[in-house]
Structures are given as structure tokens and as C-alpha cells.
Design a protein around this ligand. Structure first.
Ligand code: AMP
Ligand code: MG
Length: 369
């Protein structure tokens, strides 16, 4: 979810000078190699500390405990020897060593969460740390999902020999959830103007509508036509990418509408490229950039130039070096190939031959890597 409010700290962090080690709190200038100091007590995490450290003494202290006034360093226990009340130090201490000063992480009343921030586990811990037990978050955008096609049957139906199950509604619902939206699955529309019109009308009641199929050049690809008749304005109706070329985007009756191509890998790729960032924006967050990284190409590639290509691929890490190899696939209908991939290899439109060892862009599948 995305935060819709500002959260401020309730006090300074840390709230006291905090020891980061188990050891002895000392006055740094008194500690040189071989020096012995009398240990006058111990301080555990959570103990109330009021007395100052007297000159010529030290106090045993645990990680997370408050450093007493007068002390300005903590010597790790590993560099000391204990003989009754006497502690002998093997090293010199430096002022400030192993202490996080009060207020050095955050001041009191400092803003630590802002509207538009995505609430990951770190942000939740921050809110918890300052006692923000209730948080106002943006409503998850409701995203209607409508697949199209006369050949499509529900996943629990037995398909006829030339029919296919509606996997797109399932993958799109998962993608909407992962992107931070609330999927509203509307089922499938036949390749008929009336059925499409009725179901699109229903979809436009939600915050955004995502269609799959029916946006190519075929005689029964009616999505754009029906949307146009309903008053849609298109911002693009083709993209120089493969897979995903026929993707369309527009507004219809005030709602953003995405017409994604029906081939499953095209549907998945175009969702991530266009719909996921829209869900960010509808949630009040900044649109996230594609998580691209550089990798060394394993097997050489020979691609047709003219469009940006997204190839199912596997990236493996050998030490710190990522090496990527494209997988064999049968094109944008091949979900099985994508199932073996952990990333897409991104080939810019102007590239043709790419040699082994060249640096290439890799787009990680964020749900599995
Ligand atoms: P279209 O974009 O409508 O031309 O669809 C292209 C191809 O994608 C179809 O021939 C189907 O094989 C496949 N397809 C379309 N809709 C779905 C769906 N909902 N689930 C799985 N595959 C689909
Ligand atoms: Mg179709």
C-alpha cells in the first residue's frame, strides 16, 4: 500500500546515547594499551542510567544499553581482560567509538514517512518504531480485468479441441495485486460488439480497465472500435516493442483504459510496461522505473532491428558478475518458456548482432528474483 499521510518521530532516535557493542564504557583519553581500570558496575539494555561515570573507572555495558554521562567510548569486550574488579585494556579507545549519539538517526518531530511512499517492510518498521499504530493509506486502485475472444473458456471448463483456457485473467489479476491494485475480474467477452460494449461499460465503473485480446488487425479485433464508439480518446494504439506491438491506451468516460494484446506473454509484458506504472500513479505514488540491470551476454544474439525486443531469459550470478542467456521460445504465446525465465533480455531497437561478452540490459521478473 501507499502511505497517504505524514508520520513524524515521537522523540529523538536513538532516545539515548546507545552502545553498539558488549564491552566497557570508558573515558577514551584514559584508555591506552595496558591500562587497567576498576569496573564499578554493569548496565544492561533497558536499565535506567542516571549516575555519571567517575574518572578512573569503567562500567560493563551491553549492546543497546544507554551509555552513562562522562563516558565517551565503549571498548569491545574482545579487547579486554577481566581480573576481579580490574579490567585491563589491550587497545587505545577513541572518543565516540561504538556509541550512536542520542538524536543522530532522527530528531524529535522529524518527518520520516510522507504521502506517496510505498509501505514496504522497512517503512512499516519505521512506523512501528515511532508508535504510529494506525496509518492512512491510499485506497488500492480497483482495476477491472476483461479478457476477450470467442476461443476463450474459463479455467475450470474443459476446453474444446480449438479452445483455450483464460489464463490472461489469472495472470493479470496477480499482476494487478503485485502492482498494488485490487483486481476486479469480469470474465470474458465474446468477439461481438454488443457483448464487448456491455462488459466494457461494467469495467468503466472501476478506477481503470484492462482488456486482453482484440486489439490486433484481425476482422474480429473489435476492442478499439467499440471503445471509440463509447467516446474513447486514444493516446497510443501501437508500440514499437515485441512482444506487445498492438497495445493501446486511452481514456474512456474519464477512466484509463488499456487494450493489451491477447497472446499471454504480450499481455504480461505490456502490463508491466504500461499498467503497473499507472497503478503507482493512481495510488498516489511515483511510477516505478523498470528494474533494469547490466549483465554479460552468454550466447550471441541476432535480432531483427526496428523494435525493442523483450526475450525470456535466465540471468545467473557468477560471483558478482551477472551472465544472461536468452531461452528458446515459440513467440508470445509461449508461457512455458517464460516459466523457465527469471528475466527478460531487453534489446534496443537499433541493435542486430550482439556478441558473447557484450553488456546487455536485463529486466528482472520482480515476482521471482
Ligand atoms: P488476440 O490478441 O485477441 O488476437 O489474441 C491472440 C492470441 O492470444 C489468441 O489466439 C489466443 O491464443 C491468445 N489469447 C487470447 N486471449 C487469451 C486469454 N484470455 N488467455 C490466454 N490466451 C489468450
Ligand atoms: Mg482475440
Amino acid at each position: 500500500m501507499v502511505s497517504a499521510q505524514e508520520v513524524k518521530t515521537d522523540r529523538e532516535y536513538p532516545p539515548f546515547d546507545r552502545s553498539t557493542r558488549d564491552g566497557y564504557a570508558v573515558r577514551a583519553k584514559e584508555v591506552t594499551p595496558g591500562v587497567g581500570l576498576k569496573c564499578v558496575g554493569e548496565i544492561k539494555a533497558g536499565d535506567t542510567v542516571s549516575e555519571a561515570l567517575a574518572a578512573g573507572t569503567c562500567v560493563q555495558i551491553m549492546t543497546g544499553a544507554a551509555v552513562p554521562r562522562g563516558a565517551d567510548a565503549v571498548m569491545m569486550i574482545e579487547y579486554t581482560q577481566r581480573d576481579g574488579e580490574l579490567v585491563r585494556f589491550e587497545r587505545a579507545a577513541q572518543s565516540g567509538q561504538n556509541i550512536v549519539p542520542k538524536g543522530s538517526e532522527a530528531a524529535a518531530g522529524q518527518s520520516i514517512l510522507l504521502p506517496g511512499m510505498r509501505m514496504g517492510y522497512v517503512e512499516l518498521a519505521l512506523a512501528a518504531q515511532v508508535g504510529a499504530v494506525e496509518l492512512q493509506c491510499a485506497k488500492r486502485p480497483r482495476v477491472a480485468i476483461l479478457s476477450t475472444g470467442d476461443e476463450v473458456v474459463t479455467v475450470d471448463e474443459a476446453p474444446g479441441p480449438f479452445q483455450i483456457r483464460n489464463s490472461n485473467s489469472v495472470s493479470l489479476a496477480a499482476q494487478v495485486r503485485i502492482a498494488g491494485g485490487e483486481p476486479v475480474v469480469l470474465g470474458n467477452a465474446a468477439d461481438r460488439v454488443e457483448d464487448l460494449g456491455e462488459k466494457i461499460e461494467r469495467g468503466l465503473k472501476e478506477d481503470a480497465l484492462v482488456l486482453s485480446g482484440g486489439v490486433s488487425m484481425g476482422k474480429y479485433d473489435l476492442v478499439e472500435k467499440v471503445l471509440t464508439a463509447m467516446g474513447a480518446e486514444f493516446f497510443f494504439d501501437a508500440v514499437a516493442i515485441r512482444p506487445g506491438k498492438p497495445a493501446v491506451f486511452g481514456y474512456c468516460q474519464g477512466k484509463p483504459v488499456f487494450g493489451l494484446p491477447g497472446n499471454p506473454v504480450s499481455t504480461m509484458v505490456t502490463f508491466e510496461l504500461f499498467v503497473a506504472p499507472a497503478i503507482d500513479l493512481l495510488s498516489g505514488a511515483e511510477a516505478r522505473a523498470l528494474p533494469l540491470l547490466e549483465a554479460r551476454l552468454g550466447e550471441a544474439l541476432n535480432e531483427k532491428p526496428g523494435m525493442t525486443h523483450f526475450l525470456p531469459a535466465r540471468v545467473d550470478w557468477r560471483g558478482a558478475t551477472a551472465e544472461v542467456n536468452a531461452l528458446k521460445w515459440q513467440g508470445s504465446g509461449d508461457i512455458a518458456a517464460l516459466g523457465k525465465a527469471n528475466c527478460f533480455l531487453v534489446i534496443p531497437a537499433d541493435r542486430e548482432k550482439i556478441a558473447t561478452g557484450e553488456s546487455v540490459s536485463v529486466w528482472l521478473r520482480k515476482d521471482v528474483v
